[in-house]
Design a protein around this ligand. Structure first.
Ligand code: SF4
Length: 298
């Protein structure tokens, strides 16, 4: 398959409008990192124009080197102790009813950054008591005590991505493991949390493997799933094996729903936090967000 040209369904909106400008200014002023920028997300224009951004905590240098990810790998800097309060302030200024926070992996820390995760969740909740908090966390090397540290702060949605099918974990995620990621999700579910995961298509998986992954997700009782197209961030990253068609994304959504997964967001441009507020309405009971008015005064 010729993957050198993006198909028409992958052309994302360009950044524009007062909502975009307001988010850009807020991110700059609060010195926060966003995964939207660090991961070169194709939806940055659309999400920022809606007044939403996904904050990335624990720095912008990751100790891991996943072969699909644009985030820089290396030795992270010291912990920024003022970060939880600044994240809480940014959520407040964006007037978010649903916020998504993610982080790099910090494998050099004894708790993998779990205590900073908990402090961030608590700071957001203290400042924004009516905001649903979704966390997209690393695997903490499968240490349940660190997962429990995060869960003790009571996020509304606990998200951890499988990213791809079992066979491709090693080439795609290098230091991660399929069974370990599943056990993290299973653990959060066993504690009664709403759980979420995501996979990408176009990394070399076959149809049977996608089906099996969705069956595994359903058997783990994971509530929300995102399925999107892998995009190669630089020529050094894994090549795109194929463009999944819009019809295929619809097929996987229908299949996932038919085997009992509660909510599936499936489409070429879908990413973990894309329309996260919409996906999680069923679980958080929060109807919608209207951040643009808050940011633009419109
Ligand atoms: S652990 Fe996360 S942030 Fe780090 S390289 Fe992998 S996908 Fe990127």
């Amino acid at each position: 398959m010729d993957t050198s040209r993006k198909p028409s369904w992958l052309r994302a909106k360009l950044p524009s409008g007062p909502g975009y400008a307001a988010v850009r200014q807020l991110v700059d002023n609060t010195h926060l990192h966003t995964v939207c920028q660090s991961a070169q997300c194709p939806n940055l224009g659309e999400c920022w124009s809606r007044g939403t951004a996904t904050v990335m905590i624990l720095g912008n240098i990751c100790t891991r080197s996943c072969n699909f990810c644009a985030i820089a790998t290396g030795r992270p800097t010291e912990l920024d102790l003022g970060e939880p309060a600044r994240v809480a302030e940014a959520v407040s200024k964006m007037n978010l009813r649903h916020c998504v926070v993610t982080s790099v992996a910090r494998d050099e820390l004894t708790d993998g950054g779990a205590s900073v995760w908990a402090a961030t969740i608590r700071a957001i909740r203290h400042r924004n008591p009516h905001t649903a908090i979704e966390v997209l966390v690393p695997d903490f090397k499968g240490r349940t005590e660190d997962v429990d540290t995060v869960l003790a702060a009571k996020p509304d949605i606990f998200n951890h991505n499988l990213e791809t099918v079992e066979r491709l974990q090693k080439p795609v995620r290098v230091q991660a493991r399929y069974d370990r990621s599943r056990s993290v999700l299973q653990h959060a579910k066993s504690r009664g949390f709403t759980t979420k995961t995501g996979i990408m298509l176009g990394l070399g998986e076959d149809q049977h493997e996608i089906e099996q992954t969705l069956r595994d997700i359903a058997s783990d009782k994971t509530d929300i799933v995102t399925i999107g197209q892998y995009l190669q961030p630089t020529p050094k990253h894994l090549p795109i094996s194929r463009w999944a068609t819009p019809e295929e994304f619809v097929h996987w959504k229908e299949f996932g729903l038919s085997i009992g997964i509660g909510v599936i967001e499936s489409g070429a441009l879908v990413r973990s936090s894309y329309h996260a507020d919409e996906q999680s309405k069923k679980y958080t009971g929060i109807e919608h967000l209207n951040t643009q008015n808050a940011l633009t005064g419109a």
